[in-house]
Design a protein around this ligand. Structure first.
Ligand SMILES: Cc1cc2nc3c(=O)[nH]c(=O)nc-3n(C[C@H](O)[C@H](O)[C@H](O)COP(=O)(O)O)c2cc1C
Length: 181
């Protein structure tokens, strides 16, 4: 069975994007093995601390290498992706040995799907910028993406509510991703 690593771009406990990931996990059930990347303990990128890689960085790189694909679920922060998502991707972009820019990084060629739940723009700006960043890192980004515009009731109930169209879009993305893996 293919291995899919889920990356939730929100660190908060009741995150709508984590809830969205749970819905996607249910769609993949029995057809892919899903695990969640824990990257909250990653240090800030610091070129003084790259070699040897900090333990959390080495672990994250191993988990990404072992996965057939990544599915990122992220909120939009100020027209872009959250800083901790950029920090994660910055670590992945760096060589594992000093000055070794020839060996592919763990994100090179990796299949990546992107979804996001946020305000009225349904994370369109975040997803566009994240796509550009991932393509710069030579990841293979799935063109079909799901954007969820959170309904006001989500905030009063702390619960992600999806419309029928949202559900259909997420299911279509899951199918396209499984096919691409
Ligand atoms: C620093 C910050 C900036 C934000 N900027 C945006 C934004 O540009 N567009 C948007 O739709 N929502 C923005 N939001 C609101 C988030 O979309 C909203 O909090 C969302 O629920 C976060 O996802 P989560 O529930 O998975 O944590 C911002 C939130 C924070 C904390």
């Amino acid at each position: 069975m293919k291995k899919v690593l889920f990356v939730v771009g929100s660190l908060r406990e009741k995150s709508f994007n984590r809830q969205l990931a749970k819905k996607a996990e249910a769609l993949l059930e029995g057809r892919a093995e899903v695990t969640y990347l824990d990257y909250a303990d990653l240090p800030w990128v610091n070129q003084d601390k790259e070699f040897p890689a900090p333990a959390a960085v080495a672990r994250v790189r191993e988990e990404i290498t072992a996965a057939d694909g990544l599915w990122i679920f992220t909120p939009e922060y100020n027209f872009s992706y959250p800083g901790h998502v950029k920090n994660l991707l910055d670590w992945l972009s760096r060589p594992v040995k000093p000055m070794d820019y020839g060996t592919p990084t763990c994100i090179n060629g990796k299949k990546v799907a992107i979804s996001g739940a946020g305000g009225k723009a349904a994370t369109a700006n975040c997803r566009q910028k994240l796509t550009e960043l991932l393509e710069f890192l030579k990841a293979d980004v799935l063109p079909l993406q799901t954007g969820i515009a959170l309904q006001p009731e989500c905030w009063t109930t702390d619960t992600l509510i999806l419309t029928d169209e949202d559900q259909q879009n997420l299911a279509a993305e899951a199918e396209a991703f499984l096919k691409a893996l």
